[in-house]
Design a protein around this ligand. Sequence first.
Ligand code: WQD
Length: 323
Amino acid sequence: MEGKLVLVTGGAGFIGTHTVVQLLKEGFRVSIIDNFDNSVEEALDRVKEVVGWGLFFLQVDLRNKDDLEKVFAKSKFDGVIHFAGRKAVGESVEYPRRYFDNNLIGTINLYEVMAKYNCKKMVFSSSSTVYGQPEKIPCVEDTELKAMNPYGRTKLFLEEIARDISQAESDWQIILLRYFNPVAAHESGKIGEDPKGIPNNLMPYIQQVAVGRLPELNVYGHDYPTRDGTAIRDYIHVMDLADGHIAALKKLFTPDFKGCVPYNLGTGRGTSVLEMVAAFEKASGKKIPMKLCPRRAGDATAVYAAVDKAAKELGWKYVLLTS
Ligand code: WQD
């Protein structure tokens, strides 16, 4: 793998920055593009502090095909890890057009430019939201896919597009990584989740309540048919998720890998909102004031991963967040 050049789209984001740190540690060369829609350039300065050397990055919006083309004209990429896109369920219900524009148009442009420059290896950031509210949990990769919010639908459409492309053009090698709920941060504390504005996701919201930036946590739904009435998710450490991308990338460079294959990246365990708050309070010693609110539109009751396939085929191991 030594020296292979990887383009990381959305590389200034939460999962992007953590994956860039691991890619560089593994000896890959990295170019980053990001439109800073939900991230800041300063996050890349913090990555430089962690890795100790400079990074090549450009502010590029994937919806600007000319700008994207200039990136590929300048460098011969061995593969792409595609993170760029909006990713909040609640926000997508409110602003679906923003999600279809950002996530679909950008990715379709990326496929076109990659094909033109004969770069046909992609690790795609998919999501557990493609499972909607699965009949059976834990979710196995061949579970029927039925997204239940615009964000999940963009990921489902993009998975279908990936499958169609690899069906029609057998030289594409694509791995779809279905993230469950990424949380936590690099041990240095220099990089982490720093969304713009009011956080949509549970953990950054709790963190901002803990530091006094927000007054209290709204708990969306306490009448779910779960052990404590709040929704259950599979929270996975972002460094484990980053390592999952390295394992997937290495798989793409093996001669036997063909086509378009999905893998869950989760821990296989479900944790409720109230259990997450209790764990955070225990670990931080901070009390998190809460307000019980109605359910959030688009939310599933309980979703967590079956993780055998990634372990078996990618040799990827996860570490449970809580013992
Ligand atoms: C988790 C739970 C909320 C905020 C995320 C990512 C998505 C995908 C899947 C990667 C839900 C509740 C939240 C708050 C709350 N991952 N909640 N108060 O919706 O599961 O989706 O994981 O692709 O990208 O967004 O995550 O953190 O928004 O919600 O009660 O202020 O916490 O209702 O039950 P979600 P989330």
